[in-house]
Design a binder for this molecule. Structure first.
Ligand code: TPP
Ligand code: MG
Length: 540
């Protein structure tokens, strides 16, 4: 006989969430979900609240990304859920195991016009792995367990449940829920062997490692595979830092040289999307290693595409004992390109200009960021520079919005990161345009004593749109913001702190103050509006 639990719907839900390792909820108040608050409040389960539901979902996503376990957002019925849809969609594109539990108008009156009465399920179904309504109180724990199993099973992703008002407020009993079942997908050994042989026999192989390597806890296996097969590694997304920048096989600046010269490109744990020229690497053969068969590309034909648990696949590559071509000259060539790129970057990051170039901001930031700092990018050009100049040295410490490219992740990701790592530096790199989406949530951070540093690259424009529009049309519209706006005053008004910096020489002290402030602190850096991120050299 399994153990029974009893309580109202919120209590039954929380039991299932705890059993799956969920440790906190992010939310914005609404009566439809009060029982979840009641259960949390009475049992000491942390509740963090925000000023816009998108921040709740982004915060849950940050936890899911960093911790590799479910992150939870609880959203009220109707507008609460619809405000969370961009967050859900980002989580879907990022394969983040986010659970959104929505309130829902009463089932017993459905169709009579209750407040906030909307059937959310069809709206979120296309951007979730599982979306359904729980129609009986006793079924809540089982439904949560099933949904979380889907969220955690590769290829991971968000899930959604809503619970009608009278169902979540009612009492009932249920079997005590266990942890969700997460199936391990066994790769086809022949495909893995074929991939290993191709890589080993290649003259100029290169590995591109993406977010699923981190999500699959396969960082160590990746390192071993790269070391055994002697293959240079370039990382993107959450894969960044998988090999620390000091590792002899880690490359970031030699990307163009690597992709131009490669005869075998091994893409691991990331789609062959626009970030990877849609999988077209010229004459190079492509090996695409994915965490589930659903992730195999359909628009290109890799030579081989092993699908399954990335740790198993990468461990198998690490165990390769067959013939191996010598890659040392290739590695040395790329090291020369890497060093040249680093020297170029160092020059740019030292730029002593007025107005300040974004590159200089990163030059100064690199001096104050600790190796395990979590850096978060939310913006256009300013964040492209962050990706270029910041080199995460610890895996799982870089949060970008991912391929959905949704502006507005900043404060939600910051909240999730701060909750996850109370003692690490958390630094948000934000465009001034991006700041408009979530800056009000600084209030949530101040009130709940969650200090973070926000560095705004304030060029007074939607830079990533204005420059291309100028190039395309010779004019631009809808691309200007208020120049010199005091985003630091906005933060100060909400109980945080900050300052505006217009001279590069003032950056070091401003950043020192920011990281020792102990409250949310915004450094509003007035950057050069004429500076456009050189997109054509994106692959440099
Ligand atoms: C929600 C959302 N709206 C619009 C866009 C389109 N967009 C991409 S980058 C960008 C400009 C960002 O400007 P800012 O944050 O100031 O950064 P900058 O490029 O100026 O450094 C815009 C509007 C988007 N990606 N997401
Ligand atoms: Mg801008």
């Amino acid at each position: 006989m399994s153990e029974r639990i009893e309580g109202h719907g919120g209590e039954l839900a929380l039991a299932a969430l705890r059993a799956a390792g969920v440790e906190e909820m992010f939310t914005l108040s609404g009566g439809h979900v009060f029982p979840l608050y009641d259960a949390a409040h009475k049992s000491g389960f942390p509740i963090y609240d925000v000023r816009h539901e998108q921040s709740a979902v982004f915060a849950a996503e940050a936890v899911a990304k960093l911790r590799r376990r479910p992150g939870l957002a609880v959203l009220t019925a109707g507008p609460g859920v619809t405000n969370g849809i961009s967050g859900l969609t980002s989580a879907y594109f990022n394969a983040s195991p986010v659970m959104v539990i929505g309130g829902r108008a009463p089932a017993m009156r459905w169709g009579s016009g209750s407040l906030q009465e909307l059937d959310h399920v069809p709206l979120v179904a296309p951007v979730t792995k599982h979306a359904s309504t729980v129609f009986a109180t006793s079924e809540i724990p089982g439904a949560i367990r099933t949904a979380l199993g889907a969220a955690l099973t590769p290829h991971r992703g968000p899930v959604f449940l809503d619970i009608p008002l009278e169902i979540v407020f009612s009492h009932d009993e249920a079997d005590a829920p266990g942890a969700p079942d997460v199936a391990v997908i066994e790769p086809d050994p022949d495909e893995v062997a074929r991939a290993a042989q191709l890589i080993a026999e290649a003259q100029h192989p290169v590995i591109i490692a993406g977010s699923d390597v981190y999500a699959s806890n396969a960082v160590a296996a990746l390192r071993e595979a790269a070391e055994t097969l002697r293959v240079p590694v370039i990382a993107n997304g959450m894969g960044r830092g998988a090999l620390p920048p000091t590792h002899p096989l880690a490359f970031a600046k030699a990307r163009r040289a690597a992709l131009r010269g490669a005869d075998v490109v091994v893409v691991i744990g990331t789609p062959l999307d626009f970030r990877l020229s849609f999988g077209d690497f010229g004459s190079a053969q492509v090996v695409h290693i994915v965490d589930a068969p659903s992730q195999r590309a359909t628009h290109v034909q890799p030579v081989v595409s092993p699908a399954g648990d990335l740790r198993l696949i990468l461990s198998a590559l690490a165990d390769y004992t067959g013939v191996r071509a010598d890659h040392e000259d290739w590695i040395a060539t790329l090291r020369t390109a890497e060093d040249a790129g680093k020297a170029r970057d160092a020059q740019e990051m030292a730029a002593d200009t007025d107005p300040i170039k974004p590159a200089r901001v990163y030059g100064e930031l690199r001096r104050v960021l600790a190796p395990d700092a979590v850096t978060i990018g939310d913006g256009g050009d300013f964040v492209s520079y962050a990706g270029r100049y910041l080199e995460p040295s610890v895996p799982g410490s870089w949060l970008d919005p991912g391929p959905y490219g949704c502006l507005g992740t900043g404060m939600g990701y910051a909240m999730g990161a701060r909750v996850t790592y109370p003692d690490r530096q958390i630094c948000v790199l934000m465009g001034d345009g991006a700041a408009g989406f979530s800056l009000m949530d600084v209030e949530s951070l101040v009130r709940q004593q969650l200090p973070v540093v926000i560095v705004v690259g304030n060029n007074g424009i939607w830079g990533l749109e204005k420059h291309p529009m100028q190039a395309m049309y010779g004019y631009d519209v809808a691309a200007d913001l208020q120049p010199g706006l005091r985003y630091d005053d906005v933060v100060r008004a909400m109980g945080g702190a900050g300052e505006t910096v217009s001279k590069a020489a003032d950056l070091p002290e401003a950043l020192e103050r920011a990281f020792s402030a102990g409250v949310p602190y915004l450094v509003n850096v007035l950057t050069d509006p004429a500076d456009a991120y050189p997109r054509s050299s994106n692959l440099a």
